[in-house]
Ligand binder design. Structure first.
Ligand code: FE2
Ligand code: FE2
Ligand code: FE2
Length: 182
């Protein structure tokens, strides 16, 4: 069963006797559509692996449409500011993740002995810290940002400037596992 934050949010609001406004609904719908996009892309990858290329295409088409819906909701809930505002937002989101959210998740996974979840949280935690630093740098240099290529490790998400020549410092994946971002 897919994790369903939208219904959880609605139920939580109902329990607390709060009526959801359209603004709340935009946020909930943005969350749901964003998740549907990533869910369908993961399903498309699986369909391709199983040889169902037409179904993979359908998943990718629906995923693209969910992105349109997510962007519409996000824009209407006032989620997009100037690039300077957006960088600040991004820094605070990443910082929350690596200072609070992931450390708590890591602790819980350790307590439960859930090694697969632990790995997932630990690598994400390390990468979010790097994202915050890259965004900080971009914000400090805004308008004079150096032209550079970014590469992302397809195993753990490690994000780097320039060309990958060595294995991933976070997960140990080979340089061939990195994707260049345009
Ligand atoms: Fe949708
Ligand atoms: Fe991040
Ligand atoms: Fe990696």
């Amino acid at each position: 069963m897919i994790y369903d934050p939208v219904n959880r949010m609605k139920e939580d609001f109902k329990l607390r006797g709060i009526c959801m406004s359209s603004k709340d609904n935009l946020k909930a719908a943005f969350t749901g559509e964003s998740m549907a996009n990533r869910t369908y892309l993961a399903f498309a990858k699986k369909a391709d692996e199983e040889g169902y290329h037409q179904i993979a295409k359908l998943f990718r088409a629906a995923a693209a449409a969910e992105t349109v819906h997510a962007f519409n909701h996000f824009q209407r809930m006032g989620g997009i500011g100037t690039t300077m505002d957006n960088l600040k937002d991004a820094i605070s989101g990443e910082t929350y993740e690596f200072t609070k959210m992931y450390p708590e998740f890591v602790e819980e996974a350790k307590k439960e002995g859930d090694k697969r979840a632990l790995w997932s949280f630990e690598v994400a935690n390390k990468v979010e810290r790097i994202h915050a630093a890259l965004y900080e740098k971009a914000l400090n240099e805004i308008g004079q940002n150096e032209e550079v290529d970014y590469h992302v490790c397809s195993v753990c998400g490690y994000t780097m400037e320039g060309e990958p020549h060595e294995k991933c410092p976070i997960c140990g994946a080979a340089p061939s596992k990195f994707d260049k971002i345009d």
